[in-house]
Ligand binder design. Structure first.
Ligand SMILES: Nc1ncnc2c1ncn2[C@@H]1O[C@H](COP(=O)(O)OP(=O)(O)OP(=O)(O)O)[C@@H](O)[C@H]1O
Ligand SMILES: [Mg+2]
Length: 228
């Protein structure tokens, strides 16, 4: 079973002279544990595709399956469950909850999923360790550096043990050294947990940690580049 199967997805947004097509028949598959970099010019439709895959937005046509589940068959509640249990997103600006500590941010999705307290404690302890933040776990987000905040966000994304992680410019707000470290961490965790990752980026550093790079041009996927 594929971690992600996008088939002939189309999407338009309303414009002054009628609908403006943004995705023009996009197809893309990710195997379990596969990491794919999604590159391409600004406005080409990368975030729109990511939003459709993450169940935040809906395509007009085509289909999206995550771990065998067809998103088209899900109502709002079903999409909500999908976002809580199957697919996680990592953002450029981290999106941590400002009033919760690092540890509590990581625990939060497990609370939403009704995971028992002892299990929550065990998973959170393992994750803060894996992202190298055991010594900062009680800190509040405003007390953390950008790189540390992204480590918390990555641990939070992994907490639900998702089949797929979507990342939109995960290093876009980090200096290049910190960005490299975050990419290495993503790759290591993807390998260890068998999590597929679709990483939208302008950064030429990202393809290094991915199995494949695909390029969006004006709503269509162009090249599929296999690594050397
Ligand atoms: N909610 C929306 N309503 C109307 N138009 C939208 C909406 N979201 C995106 N668009 C348009 O769709 C096109 C693709 O946008 P998208 O955000 O997917 O690009 P992108 O490839 O992620 O660009 P960037 O690299 O700058 O993030 C753009 O022309 C944008 O203006
Ligand atoms: Mg974008």
């Amino acid at each position: 079973m594929m971690a992600l199967q996008v088939s002939s997805v189309t999407k338009s947004y309303p414009g002054p002279d009628g609908p403006v097509p943004v995705l023009k028949g996009v197809s893309l598959s990710l195997e379990p544990g596969e990491r794919v970099a999604l590159m391409g010019p600004s406005g080409s439709g990368k975030s729109t595709l990511l939003n459709c895959v993450g169940g935040i937005d809906r395509p007009d046509g085509g289909s999206i399956e995550i771990a065998g589940e067809d998103l088209g068959g899900l109502d709002e509640e079903g999409l909500c469950r999908l976002r809580r249990q199957t697919v996680s997103t990592v953002f450029q600006f981290f999106h941590l909850l400002p009033t919760l500590s690092a540890r509590e941010n990581i625990e939060f999705p497990l609370l939403l999923n009704g995971v028992a307290e002892s299990e929550r404690a065990a998973r959170v302890a393992a994750l803060v360790d894996e992202v190298g933040l055991a010594h900062r776990a009680s800190a509040m987000p405003h007390e953390l550096s950008g790189g540390e905040m992204q480590r918390v966000a990555i641990a939070r994304a992994l907490a639900i043990e998702p089949r797929l992680i979507l990342a939109d410019e995960p290093t876009g707000n980090l200096d290049s050294t910190t960005g490299e470290a975050i990419l290495d961490l993503l790759a290591a965790l993807g390998e260890r947990h068998g999590t597929a990752m679709l990483v939208v980026t302008h950064s030429p550093q990202v393809p290094r940690i991915c199995h494949r790079t695909v390029e969006m041009r004006d709503g269509q996927l162009l090249a599929t580049e296999k690594p050397a």
